[in-house]
Design a protein around this ligand. Structure first.
Ligand code: GLN
Length: 281
């Protein structure tokens, strides 16, 4: 391979090996400029270091590694979150939890819990939305918690992180007004786990038993005693799990259980409240 010297030449040289949009993102990151700069200034000469970094990323991307892991960041709810292979890459579907939470709590809840926080995307976004709320983020992976803590620090959010397998390490008396979670929900053996970016993500953050619902069952079984009066649990799930998750949440003693559809009309998030009565105060 001949060495490409300019932005334009380097981008042209990798055509056909990786997606054009991916190449642009990697190049922008390699030279520390916005992608609009690449289009405007293809004649920009790359330093040897930039050229080497870009070439290495293209090779790794061509082998399947997710762009977010290569550049170490992914945007969630308009903010850049650091990511590593220790955490799931934040997905646009999960932003729906933030929108639903904002709707459910027009005024800030006092106590918020994010179960299986990963990069901290949900916990940090909610903490920035409600600076006065006490936000706790748990994960059973210490490596993931380190990423979440770093994101909270970097983005200026006040989040308490705690190593915990779901509720297990939380003090029994602790109650939350809002509990959110994007738990693992893919069925073990789902061919999807062997495709695309997902192959590089932590398996423990993706798969959850034969039907993918093991973790949602565990969360729902223990949620009610952890909710404050009027408290709400919101969980993300797979495209075909809405009915099953509504049943699981109802079995867990939650009321007013319902699902929300995403922009594509797919049930993606289901929630329930501790109390049946709606306060009309
Ligand atoms: N939506 C993810 C996927 O596409 C799964 C995320 C999860 O299990 N929480 O694989």
């Amino acid at each position: 391979m001949t060495s490409a010297e300019t932005v334009g030449a380097a981008l042209a040289a990798c055509r056909g090996r990786i997606e054009r949009t991916d190449a642009r993102i990697l190049m922008a990151e390699a030279i520390g400029r916005p992608s609009s700069f690449l289009v405007a200034h293809p004649e920009t000469v790359l330093t040897a270091e930039q050229q080497a970094r870009f070439a290495q990323w293209v090779t790794r991307r061509a082998a399947g590694e997710p762009v977010a892991y290569l550049i170490g960041t992914r945007e969630f709810y308009g903010r850049p979150f650091a990511v590593s292979p220790a955490v799931l890459i934040p997905r646009p579907e999960t932003e729906g939890i933030i929108d639903i939470a904002r709707e459910a709590f027009p005024t800030a809840p006092s106590h918020v819990l994010d179960l299986g926080t990963g990069s901290g995307a949900l916990a940090v976004t909610l903490a920035l939305l409600w600076p006065e709320a006490a936000v706790v983020a748990v994960d059973r992976s210490a490596a993931a918690l380190a990423v979440a803590a770093a994101n909270a620090r970097q983005l200026g959010a006040r989040v308490d992180v705690l190593e915990s397998d779901w509720f297990s390490a939380l003090p029994a008396a602790r109650r939350f007004d809002l509990i959110v979670s994007n738990p693992p929900y893919v069925a073990e053996g789902d061919p999807h786990l062997g495709e695309g970016d997902v192959r590089f993500e932590p398996p423990g953050a993706l798969a959850a038993g034969a039907d993918g619902l093991d973790d949602i069952r565990r969360i729902a079984a223990d949620a009610a005693p952890r909710l404050a009066s009027g408290g709400c649990l919101l969980v993300e799930h797979g495209y075909d799990q809405g009915a099953a998750v509504r049943q699981i949440l109802a079995l867990g003693g939650l009321a007013r259980v319902r699902s929300w559809t995403d922009l594509a009309g797919i049930e993606r998030i289901t929630g329930g409240w501790l109390d049946a009565a709606v306060d009309e105060a």
